[in-house]
Ligand binder design. Structure first.
Ligand SMILES: C[S@@+](CC[C@H](N)C(=O)[O-])C[C@H]1O[C@@H](n2cnc3c(N)ncnc32)[C@H](O)[C@@H]1O
Length: 257
């Protein structure tokens, strides 16, 4: 069996990501990141920029953005979305892996890891690689912003349930059939997904798995400190309120020491 990796599955998911996201997180985190990044006024790297859901609004707000992603299919959608902006405001898009950042030392004033990006690193060694490289590409006192999806380890397990249905992004009817598994020993939450697309008389099934590994906020703080970051703020809602144990948003803002 192939080793489970956090970057697996996203190419197949790409055609459905915005459709599903519009029914879940949507744009709830956009004003928070816009406030935080326009305040920094720095060249900013988004790790795992995906379809440009955050990248493009940040660039539109005047932040000089670079988006990095390993999935060519996700990046293709970000490229289409970026074309809505005037040429001079468009973000740079780079294909690569967040564990080995293809950028020179001290080339960014801010790095953001939004919407569970850390959780795509399924081993402790992957996280250590990213932390070392984020530290390297940030200039001194540069901001590192991390947003974790808090409830993943608490998702109940289920098998092949219809979790969403509606008009699909290419017309016709789209149904998401989903299974959830928890691997508590390795701290993994695994989603086995099938998008069933019915257009006219034809039915196509798009099947893939996504894997996430969740650390607690205190564990993330500890890893950041060990990698040379000073944690500045723990945030528990997108209005900027303080983090608590039962907060439904887990944002950590840290600076390179
Ligand atoms: C949850 S999506 C987030 C997309 C975007 N940041 C947003 O908030 O909508 C995670 C993205 O990370 C990318 N990704 C996962 N593992 C990666 C890795 N090791 N290197 C680069 N990109 C990765 C996936 O391709 C996917 O586009």
């Amino acid at each position: 069996m192939t080793r489970r990796e956090g970057w697996h599955g996203w190419d197949t998911y790409a055609a459905f990501y915005d459709w599903e996201n519009a029914r879940t997180l949507g744009r709830r985190d956009v004003p928070f990141w816009r406030r935080t990044l326009t305040g920094e006024g720095a060249r900013t790297l988004e790790l795992g920029c995906g379809t440009g859901r955050l990248l493009v609004p940040m660039a539109r707000a005047g932040v000089s953005m670079v988006g990095l992603d390993r999935s060519a299919e996700m990046l293709a959608r970000a490229r289409t979305r970026a074309r809505r902006l005037p040429r001079a405001a468009r973000p740079a898009l780079v294909r690569g892996d967040i564990r080995t950042l293809p950028f020179p030392d001290r080339s960014f004033g801010a790095v953001m890891a939004p919407y569970g990006m850390f959780q795509s690193l399924v081993r402790e060694s992957d996280l250590a690689m990213l932390l070392a490289d984020a530290h390297r590409v940030l200039r001194r006192r540069g901001l590192f912003g991390i947003d974790l999806v808090p409830d993943l380890p608490k998702w109940r397990e289920y098998h092949e349930q219809v979790s969403m249905r509606g008009r699909g992004p290419r017309g016709g009817e789209l149904t998401l059939v989903e299974s959830v598994r928890q691997d508590q020993r390795r701290r993994l939450t695994i989603f086995d997904e099938t998008f069933v697309e019915r257009i006219g008389r034809s039915t196509t099934r798009h099947t893939f798995s996504l894997t996430f590994r969740t650390l607690t906020v205190p564990e993330v703080v500890e890893r950041l400190a060990a990698a040379g970051f000073a944690v500045e703020q723990l945030i528990g809602d997108y209005r900027g309120g303080a983090w608590t144990d039962d907060a439904d948003v887990w944002v950590v803002l840290a600076r390179k020491r």
